[in-house]
Design a binder for this molecule. Structure first.
Ligand code: PMP
Length: 390
């Protein structure tokens, strides 16, 4: 049994319902399976039916720079940002992508179609999302190359810095850190939603990436969107998508629009939906519970530690809380354990090793968004390991 992928996908998903110590729980990838319970109880209300004749054309809105963007999806994405208050949407171009993964490639393409003889350096502060180095380098394009940790990076040349906030893997709130006057920033805001972190301001960056994979949990629809200030960059991103996939599935955009609409509708003043059944209230409470359980399991001893993330007040909910990230960035504190991922693997817990994020192998990243079944086994096992004598 192996996990080889560095993106958040793993095709070998072992699940055994017995729950014994020999059951392997795979929490290596960021599969948002926990959201299924919420959407199941919403029932048929959000079912989308698409007749055979609909959405046959390649085109959606030929007057828009992003001509394959479904207007209803754009409308609902803007509506949700305005409800949550997490991003400025005025004077922005929306580019839709097959997940924000495709948008990352599209932005790199848009930023690097220059005549420069040297590939443009792409950096992000460690620990960084493990997919960035792969996505940056795998085409060996000559346009851009991964240049590692932004914290040690300094240059007089143009470069790209990816600022992921809250960060995957450690949940920290981030600003750009690389040194240089010619940096262009990509803000990956996949986790800037109120179930994970206090919303403190409307992000107002030049290039911002979002995804439904982490906002509502619909990773399988493969829909992400970029809010882009500069129309030339939006045009080049659209060109990239035109060349690679001639647009983005309309069926998926329509389904995504329906889901975003349902989230916003429940917050309308005329809605009679119970507060705890509204999406962000439900998912916030769900994460509170999971983080409480995880902390209770690891706080028993000095064997493990988790990052200390300062609390803040959320402008969306009005509550003050500590971030409750989509991943636990766990450190094995014992001197005898150099490789935390191997240590956990020997206890049938699969988690992604720190080295994939440009960090020490004393760390691992564990998904907090998987099924209740896996999460329960995780906390039971960590609790047992914490109580065991060294
Ligand atoms: N950015 C970050 C920081 C992520 O964690 C992920 C998914 N794990 C992505 C982008 C890609 O998301 P998508 O499913 O939209 O391609």
């Amino acid at each position: 049994y192996t996990t080889t992928s560095n993106t958040d996908v793993d095709v070998h998903n072992v699940e055994d319902n017995s729950g014994g110590d020999d059951v392997i729980i795979d929490l290596d990838h960021g599969n948002p399976a926990m959201y299924e319970e919420y959407w199941k109880q919403k029932g048929d209300e959000i079912t989308v039916v698409i007749p055979g004749w609909q959405f046959i054309s390649y085109f959606s809105d030929i007057k828009n720079i992003c001509w394959f963007l479904e207007p209803e999806f754009a409308k609902q994405a803007i509506r949700l940002h305005n409800l949550v208050g997490n991003a400025v949407t005025q004077d922005r171009h929306i580019v839709v992508g097959t997940g924000s993964s495709q948008l990352y490639e599209a932005v790199l393409y848009a930023l690097t179609t220059t005549d420069s003889p040297e590939p443009l350096s792409v950096v992000s502060a460690a620990p960084y999302y493990s997919a960035y180095p792969l996505q940056t380098n795998y085409r060996k394009s000559g346009l851009h190359r991964w240049a590692g940790d932004a914290s040690n990076f300094s240059t007089d040349e143009p470069y790209v810095e990816v600022v992921t906030s809250p960060n995957n893997p450690d949940g920290s709130i981030r600003q750009a850190v690389a040194k240089g006057d010619k940096g262009i920033r990509i803000h990956d805001l996949a986790y800037y939603w109120p179930q994970y972190t206090p919303i403190t301001h409307r992000a107002d960056e030049d290039i911002m990436l979002f995804t439904i994979s982490k906002s509502t949990g619909h990773a399988g629809s493969r829909i992400g969107w970029a809010l882009v200030k500069d129309p030339e960059i939006a045009k080049k991103m659209t060109k990239y998508m035109e060349i690679s996939t001639i647009g983005v599935s309309k069926d998926s955009q329509i389904r995504a629009a329906r889901i975003l609409q349902a989230v916003s509708d429940d917050y309308d003043s005329i809605s009679n939906v119970n507060e705890n059944e509204r999406f962000f209230d439900y998912s916030y409470n769900f994460m509170v519970k999971r983080w409480k359980e995880l902390k209770a399991a690891v706080d028993k001893s000095e064997k493990f530690s988790l990052p200390d993330l300062p609390p803040d007040t959320c402008t969306f909910s009005g509550q003050t809380f500590e971030p409750q990230p989509a991943f636990a960035w766990l450190k094995c504190e014992e001197e005898t354990v150099d490789d935390c991922a191997s240590f956990l693997r020997s206890h049938n817990i699969l988690a992604r090793a720190g080295k994939h994020f440009g960090a020490s192998s004393k760390y691992v990243r564990i998904s907090m968004l998987d099924t209740s079944y896996k999460f329960k086994i995780l906390t039971e096992r960590l609790s047992k390991l914490s109580s065991m004598k060294s």
